[in-house]
Design a binder for this molecule. Sequence first.
Ligand code: UD1
Ligand code: CA
Length: 457
Amino acid sequence: MSLRVLVLAAGRGTRMRSELPKVLFPVAGRTLLAWVLDAVAGLSPDETVVVVGHGADRVAETLPAGVRPVVQEPQLGTGHAAMAALESLGEVAGDTILVVPGDTPLLRPETLRSLVEGLPGAAAALLTTRMADPAGYGRVCREGGRVVGIVEDRDATAEQRAITEVAVSTYAFEGAALGGALAGLAPDNDQGEYYLTDAVGLLAASGTVRGVPVTDPAEVQGINSHGQLAQVAAEVRRRINAAWMEAGVWMLDPDRVYLEAAVSLEAGVCLYPEVHLEGTTRVGAGAVVGPQVFAADSSIGPEARVWYSVLRGAEVGEGAQVGPFASLRPGTRLAAGAKAGTFVETKNTVVGRGSKVPHLSYLGDATIGEDSNIGAGTITCNYDGREKHRTVIGDRVFIGSDTMLVAPVEIGDDAYTGAGSVITRDVPPGALAVERSPQQEVPGYAAKRARRTQEKG
Ligand code: UD1
Ligand code: CA
């Protein structure tokens, strides 16, 4: 006896009003479908197939190894989707077929397990829950407590609409029973579709169908609209943040911290409000991040301080300081104790241990050694309109304010540049390079000017 899983993901998601297939919308950096497949993987099934249709190629592309797509074309309803999947499975008599919708990302593996455990001795088992507002869901019809069928909202009578127990498209079927029931489906409903829900009624007519209740309706919340997507995203955020706080992360206001699923944090990290950490971003112990930080695929070392800044593919070393208002672009590496301060942009640039770029600079394609200071307003002119060139700055260098470093150029260890210089040639170690026209003074200028104005008037 095998466990086979069918994930239904061919639907259009009409109410999202988007070209993106519904199951590919992200929640905390992973698609709805990825969350579902993760929960399913918790049961170690023998086989998992995903029914794809709308945007089939795009959805199939995202499937992990070992999960097989089955195309449903055209999409004639959830029952039709199950038929397409079942056809691709071969002999399934005696197997358990678990059917899960691709748009229910909060489902937990334990719940799916309890559903599968509810099957033996029955033809089918289905998850049900009670919803304060069941509009749009299929209602579970019972007679004398027994499940006898599911009626879709749009096909229901006023009396049936008053039922608050709903079906959530999550079922376990005995393989042969499912095959038989699907063969008996007819598209005789308001939408002219083959409804998987009707299979429940057919099986209940000759056998047993068990309802397996889920106490928290949020767990089985499907996503049909942007409103529901936002609700589920908020719940995922609460779960992620609660888990990190449990692990020792300090959040000043967890409702305003946005962490994607693959982010990792050490105990002792402090997060201020409006922090968005995405992709594979990591933060080390004692780092203080925020307010207002967006970091994607970046690492922030222990004891670092980062605020009001954007980091993409950047590495911030231990005790380094970033911001306020810094933009660290891909390939930026700040070594331990380095600083990228106010209105500083870096790209493909290494700032060595203890070196500081405190104010108003652009550093692109640059390497800076240790304990150097880059004066306010310094810019690497790395682009000549066709190609990018490198700037290399040594250790203990003092770059004067408003220096233009026209790359390719190299500034040796212990060298200085004068404020306002446009540096176009390499500067040897220990030298001072000044490039500036001599200053002139006109004595008594103000008085002369005042006199001229008076004469004219
Ligand atoms: C379905 C159920 C309803 C249940 C509700 C919420 C039916 C007829 N109704 O309605 O009882 O309360 O979900 O769980 O089953 N899909 C396909 N191929 C298709 C159509 C849909 O793969 O041809 C997939 C969708 O991608 C989605 C899932 O099936 O993942 C459910 O489809 P959806 O259109 O959202 O069904 P609902 O109208 O919400
Ligand atoms: Ca749905």
